[in-house]
Design a protein around this ligand. Structure first.
Ligand code: PLP
Length: 411
């Protein structure tokens, strides 16, 4: 027991070790001792090839290597360099630009966007609403700035998006708060791989229009971190124009990330892009978000902003990048299909899956199941309601092999 505890927890519960990194470290130790072929490490949230190496898009790396010192050494303006602010809107919306007032502010990854939305569109003590299956750092980010996470059940009994639960929870929270931030991670949601369908989106818009009638402020954050690994880029952006149907007191903010799409995880770049009904609300968004950036990380690293600007400044290069990504996306989604097919064959129930880096398996005692699997050198992440499998980090044959083994461990 330490004699002094100097750090203040301030209402947060700070664990001694990040859970996912802990399991991941045990997996790495097992690989070092027994060899890669003997271990399945399905914990990593980055796309790895079949040999376990990080996928880095060569076309993006080529742009990186052509940069001059001024491209990365100089500070970027707080909200991002002008060509980036334009390019990132094209990257996020594609051909489906919503008919509203848009503004982009550069952030360190999608994480920075989450932080700035929560700090500016909720009040201290508020609950921020998201799905029961969600990326755990939402809670960490909210807790850091004195907010908490509330959840609604993401799926109905028959595996559909549970819009009724969303509506009930929105009403409940708006009855006691002046404002509400809602986070929807789609498409290719982490940890389930679910993508809201166009019908799901119609319901979400209808619900938010109804909830907005109370006159309070609502911010809908669309966490699109995996959008370019879901499938056809244009098809998965068709929902975007629907955001423009929301009334004046609902702002939509797309959290766009370069981490996965451009394999620039470590360059820490993304953007928060608003869709607002009026110019005043879009200008307010820019002003408050830039202010928050100044007071947290200041400006965002320039390097990835320049890379994205170069890619969007050259249509031929953009085509090459998109084509290269597609090869890896096809590899990833073949893994996901292999896992779902093998699960169906052995009767293992999985959470509704569409695409992306992760598949989840619901179970009663995730910690016990993951411990049992670790004994067989299978490393997966236990969540509150099940086990998360990163199909992004294991080869297709492992994806086929896993479902019966998970089923056996559950039994
Ligand atoms: N949202 C989700 C659901 C994620 O899984 C991640 C990264 O793993 C992010 C956002 C943000 O990532 P980054 O800050 O690297 O863009």
């Amino acid at each position: 027991m330490a004699e002094f505890i100097l750090a203040r927890e301030n209402g947060r519960r700070i664990p001694r070790e990040d859970r996912i990194f802990g399991i991941s470290n045990r997996a790495k130790t097992a690989i070092a001792e027994k060899g890669r072929g003997k271990v399945i490490n399905g914990t990593i949230g980055a796309l790895l090839d079949d040999d376990g190496k990080l996928v880095v898009l060569k076309s993006v790396d080529d742009v990186f290597r052509q940069l001059k010192p001024n491209d990365y050494a100089e500070y970027a303006p707080i909200g991002g360099i002008v060509p980036f602010r334009e390019a990132v809107q094209k990257a996020a919306f594609g051909a489906h630009v919503p008919d509203g007032y848009t503004q982009a502010v550069a952030t360190p990854g999608g994480t920075g966007s989450l932080r700035n939305v929560i700090s500016n569109y909720s009040e201290p003590g508020d609950a921020v609403l998201t799905t029961d299956w969600h990326w755990a750092p939402y809670g960490t980010i909210a807790g850091e700035i004195g907010r908490k996470i509330a959840v609604f059940e993401m799926f109905t009994e028959d595996g559909k998006f549970n819009s009724a639960a969303l509506q009930a929870k929105c009403s409940e929270l708006l009855a006691s708060q002046n404002s509400l931030v809602i986070i929807l991670n789609t498409p290719a949601h982490n940890p389930t791989g679910y993508s809201l369908t166009e019908e799901d989106w119609d319901e979400v818009i209808w619900i938010l229009k109804g909830e907005a009638a109370c006159g309070k402020a609502i911010a809908l954050l669309v966490d699109a971190a995996y959008i370019d690994f879901a499938g056809d880029e244009e098809k998965y952006r068709r929902f975007m124009p629907k955001l423009a149907q929301l009334p004046e007191n609902v702002i939509s903010i797309v959290a766009y990330s370069l981490s996965k799409t451009y394999t620039l995880y470590g360059a820490r770049c993304g953007a928060m892009i608003c869709v607002a009904k009026t110019l005043e609300i879009a200008d307010e968004f820019k002003r408050v978000c830039e202010y928050s950036s100044r007071g947290s990380w200041s400006n965002t690293a320039r390097i990835a902003q320049v890379i994205l600007s170069r890619i969007y400044g050259d249509p031929q290069l953009l085509k090459i990048v998109d084509e290269e990504r597609k090869v890896y996306r096809d590899m990833l989604n073949a893994r996901g299909r292999a896992f779902s097919e093998a699960a169906a064959e052995c009767g293992l129930k999985i959470v509704p899956y569409d695409a992306g880096f992760f598949v989840s398996v619901p179970c009663d005692d995730p910690d016990a199941v993951s411990k049992k699997l670790e004994e067989q050198d299978i490393f997966l992440v236990p969540l509150a309601k099940g086990i998360r499998v990163s199909v992004a980090s294991i080869p297709e044959n492992a994806c086929r092999k896993l479902p019966p083994m998970i089923k056996a461990a559950m039994e």
